[in-house]
Design a protein around this ligand. Structure first.
Ligand code: ADP
Length: 396
């Protein structure tokens, strides 16, 4: 089975082609285009390259295209990306303005160019379908909730992959299987001690998720991807009173406030240096106080959520770091794990300093394991797409 995973940005089109032999996936090709103005042309170029490279004999060899769609309001899970999905992406674009319009446009282009190839959407919110009501509700009027104001959660593909892999590394294959088949089978009861995993996706945008017995029960992300931790240039958590207050105080329009919160906030605003943690860290090391504060605030927010979920689950069997910062910044990992030895978390700082790949970073007497698990969201999309095709074969 051949599955193409399409990653659509506002001006970019990236792809990976996976070949499945049974359930075993191999990434056979990847590529992409920047400064895309016409997705249709980029799709044609991509297919021509895959044919010329011998990866696909023809379009008939392609079983499906999978999309890591971000937000569809009440539409979530892993679903056939038909025209109702395109419409839902556009209807909910105000909460994911950078992500939804390119996905709606790209899915439509695939429909028009390759009408016989199935399209599958895996929503980033899918992993959070089973959040308990108390953990996804905001204390807003019922009419707001009915209108869709709630915690949805994002980065679902990444957190799901990290949680599933951590369960495997902890020799809890029955829990890993629950996470793996969650969108087909739903949560299931686990015999024995509960498995409590906290996953930290730290990258351009960041979030923390609590996963108990293979199922997400809490997330730092809220209504939109600009909630929770300070993001690269998006605000993260903010008291809602700040918006009317600053509107009056600085005479800003709501559109301008929204623009500043989504483009000029987060680590960029705190540091005054930039939105890349490497630059902020370099400035902090050179004595820039604002850069130091930005890093301290980022670490504080991560520890805040990790602590909340640790307490909520009554412990933590594994803490996982993934994505650009989580995989590459030994300093952030060490700062997040500092001073926790009396809670049973002891990292081996030497191993932490040299480990960019999948590793257990803990000393052997640490009750809580700390793993680096490299993100592989495209693989998750490809696997879920395959599962949907197997569960719902095409009508003859
Ligand atoms: P995105 O969230 O945009 O998909 P990534 O998960 O790749 O991106 O994360 C990108 C971020 O990772 C960059 O903005 C940068 O801040 C951070 N990063 C990458 N390498 C390092 C490093 N060695 N040290 C600190 N931060 C890093």
């Amino acid at each position: 089975m051949n599955i193409l995973v399409a990653n659509l940005g506002s001006t970019s089109f990236k792809y990976r082609l996976f070949h499945f032999d049974g359930s075993l996936a191999t990434e056979v090709a990847k590529g992409g285009y920047e400064r895309v103005t016409d997705y249709g042309k980029a799709i044609e170029d991509c297919l021509a390259l895959l044919s010329a490279g011998g990866f696909l004999k023809s379009v008939a060899d392609l079983d499906a295209v999978g999309f890591k769609t971000v937000f569809g309001g009440s539409l979530t899970g892993c679903v056939e990306a038909d025209e109702s999905v395109e419409a839902a992406l556009l209807a909910t674009a105000d909460l994911a303005p950078a992500h939804n319009p390119p996905y709606a446009a790209g899915i439509r282009q695939f429909r028009e160019k390759l009408p016989s190839v199935r399209r599958v959407a895996l929503f980033e919110t899918a992993f959070y379908q089973w959040l308990p009501e108390y953990s996804h509700r905001y204390a807003v009027p019922e009419s707001w909730y009915q209108a869709g104001v709630r915690r949805y959660g994002f980065h679902g593909a990444s957190h799901k992959f990290a949680a599933e892999r951590a369960a495997e590394l902890l020799d809890r294959s029955e829990v890993a299987e629950i996470t793996r088949s969650l969108y087909q089978s739903g949560p299931r009861v686990v015999a024995g001690a509960p498995l409590r995993i906290i996953t930290c996706h730290l990258g351009g945008s960041s979030s923390v998720t609590a996963v108990c017995d293979g199922v997400a029960i809490g997330t730092s992300m809220g209504l939109s991807p600009q909630s929770g931790l300070p993001q690269n240039n998006r605000v993260g958590e903010l008291d809602s009173a700040a918006i009317p207050f600053i509107q009056r105080k600085l005479g800003l329009t709501i559109q301008e406030i929204e623009r500043q919160l989504t483009n000029e906030s987060g680590l960029l605003a705190l540091s005054g240096v930039g939105n890349d943690l490497r630059d902020i860290r370099a400035a902090a090391l050179a004595g820039n106080r604002r850069a130091e504060v930005a890093i301290e605030a980022f670490v504080y927010a991560i520890r805040h959520w990790v602590g909340a979920f640790w307490f909520e689950m009554g412990g933590c069997d594994a803490l996982v770091f993934t994505a650009g910062i989580g995989e590459n910044s030994a300093f952030i990992r060490e700062s997040v794990c500092a001073g926790l030895s009396r809670m049973g978390l002891i990292i081996d700082t030497r191993r932490n300093d040299v480990s960019p790949i999948e590793t257990d970073l803990t000393c052997c007497d640490s009750a809580t394991k700390v793993f680096i698990i490299p993100a592989n969201e495209e693989l998750v999309v490809a696997r879920e797409t395959r599962r949907l095709l197997l569960a719902k074969p095409a009508a003859a």
